[in-house]
Design a protein around this ligand. Structure first.
Ligand code: SAH
Ligand code: SF4
Ligand code: F3S
Length: 476
């Protein structure tokens, strides 16, 4: 899930939007930590999970976190490079941070994450106020880079590792709601989709030790958390020493407790197996929700994108999901409009795919050429911005209608909701999600965060369900 940016419109649930807000670190460290760190995160959930690792590394180095940027000795932006405007957003933010830095003598600014990795030292030339540039695999080195920057030298580490998974680092749960948590299970990506910058910014794919994953999830459960989301760019290619594949890992985490919900993201259509689908079916606490990016509904475009599946393959996987997990299984997608050479007919294939599958929701973008990618090298970015936007608007319109219809189907049903917190709109309402990842708002009554509540769904929009609690239930 990426940060919401203007020219890459997505339909987001309210829960997604909340998750996409930049993270501002809360103050909960002991007073012995004299220096203050402010972290702001952009981009996908992996980046948000990484910021929690960064906070942990910096705490060891004596930094407490702060939610007030003006109070910070150290300002980190954990950045995204997926589309051009994701980077523009960071550059705009830096203009403001320059003022902050001028007011506070000695304050340092670090750019972390995918934009740092993509631009490397060039970023220091382009943005003079930046003191530290650190790629996603160099976070253990941050204390050293900060020391270097304190002596007036710029600190740069953009080394990409084949092994680093930060398995032993216990993340500090930033701005946590105390109920749901992100758990990184792998890093990097080996897929080389032609439009995508991720393999260049995050390096080779590697899986994290399953026992450290289970330990982390178990600790979360013992500390009151009731949902973990297992994260990777392509979770279906998770593999540990040829013994544990994703299906087994899912099972290991699901067995921690039937009261711990398990989610995962992102699945790749070429790799998601029936074995994984049957494991999801077997455990009530593995959520019946799959995010299965399509990118296009046309086989020629999918081939140019180097997605390694075609329309028929994608639809066959959807049919398996529906056959094994039922019509109610939540399914969402990612779609790109206006990829190189896409014709109107091919664009219509994307729309007909939406109509056929009837996704619950989608994250939809117009194509943004990224320097260095296979598409940038091989193809011309020949669809005008106007056409890309018009096609995107058409895709969004269809998805909005289908999202509304899929939500309307649930009116009159009772859904089990995990309460995540108070609704942003009203103190008197709670918000939480159902199995299929749809957000529900309902009167809070005497329930509390972390409860599972049976809610009768009474109304909905394309993004949110509304209802009324029936009875509290103990377990999933
Ligand atoms: N690993 C995931 C996707 C991660 S990136 C997968 O394989 O599906 C998240 C989404 O951003 C992608 O699914 C794609 O829809 C979108 N995206 C990636 N690169 C893009 C680009 N250059 N222009 C527009 N959208 C892009
Ligand atoms: Fe990018 Fe493709 Fe890897 Fe997803 S699978 S991160 S779209 S290269
Ligand atoms: Fe962005 Fe990097 Fe994630 S490019 S989408 S933050 S992996």
């Amino acid at each position: 899930m990426e940060h919401r940016i203007s020219n890459s419109l997505k339909i987001l649930t309210e829960a997604d939007k909340e998750a996409c807000e930049t993270v501002r670190v809360s103050e909960n460290e002991p007073v012995t930590h004299k220096k203050r760190l402010f972290i702001e995160s952009y981009g996908c959930q992996m980046n948000f999970a990484d910021s929690e690792i960064v906070a942990s590394v910096m705490r060891e180095a004596g930094y407490a976190t702060t939610s007030d940027v003006n109070d910070a000795d150290l300002i980190f932006l954990n950045t995204c490079a997926i589309r051009e405007n994701a980077e523009q957003k960071v550059r705009n933010r830096l203009v403001h941070l320059n003022f902050v830095k001028k007011k506070k003598a000695g304050a340092l600014i670090g750019i972390l994450g995918c934009m740092a990795e993509r631009l490397k030292a060039q970023l220091l030339e382009e943005e003079q106020m930046v003191d530290i540039v650190a790629g996603p695999d160099s976070y253990r080195d941050l204390p050293h880079l900060v020391l270097e920057a304190e002596t007036g030298q710029k600190g740069v580490n953009v080394f990409l590792s084949r092994e680093e998974t930060y398995a032993d680092i216990s993340p500090i749960r930033l701005n946590s709601n105390g109920v749901t948590a992100l758990v990184s299970i792998m890093r990097g990506c080996d897929n080389m989709c032609s439009f995508c910058v991720v393999p260049f910014t995050r390096g080779r794919e590697r899986s994290r030790d399953p026992f450290s994953i289970v330990k982390e999830a178990d600790n979360l459960f013992r500390n009151g958390y009731r949902e973990v989301t297992l994260l990777g760019q392509n979770v279906d290619s998770y593999k540990w020493q040829n013994q544990v594949k994703f299906a087994q890992l899912l099972e290991m985490v699901a067995k921690i407790s039937p009261e711990l919900r398990v989610r995962f993201s992102t699945s790749h259509p070429k790799d998601i197996t029936d074995e994984v689908l049957y494991t999801i079916k077997k455990y009530d606490n593995i959520c019946k929700y799959i995010h299965l990016p399509a990118q296009s509904g046309n086989s020629r475009v999918l081939d140019l994108m180097n997605r390694t599946y075609n329309r028929e393959w994608y639809l066959e996987r959807i049919n398996s999901i529906r056959n094994i997990l039922g019509e109610d299984c939540g399914i969402s997608h990612d779609m790109i409009s206006g990829f190189c050479t896409e014709t109107e007919e091919e664009h219509q294939d994307s729309i007909s795919l939406l109509e056929y599958v009837r996704f619950d929701f989608g994250y939809m973008f117009s194509y943004s050429e990224r320097p260095g990618t296979l598409a940038a090298k091989k193809f011309k970015d020949d669809i005008s911005a106007e056409v890309k936007q018009r096609r995107l608007a058409e895709i969004i319109e269809v998805q909005q209608r289908i999202s509304l219809e899929r939500n309307q189907r649930l009116i009159g049903t009772v859904q089990k909701v995990l309460v995540e917190g108070t609704s942003k709109r009203s103190e008197n309402d709670f918000t939480g999600r159902i199995d299929q990842n749809k957000k529900v708002v309902f009167p809070r009554e005497n329930f509390k965060k972390g409860d599972y509540v049976n809610v009768l769904i009474t109304e909905c929009t394309a993004a949110t369900l509304k209802g009324k609690a029936l009875v509290e239930v103990e377990a999933v």
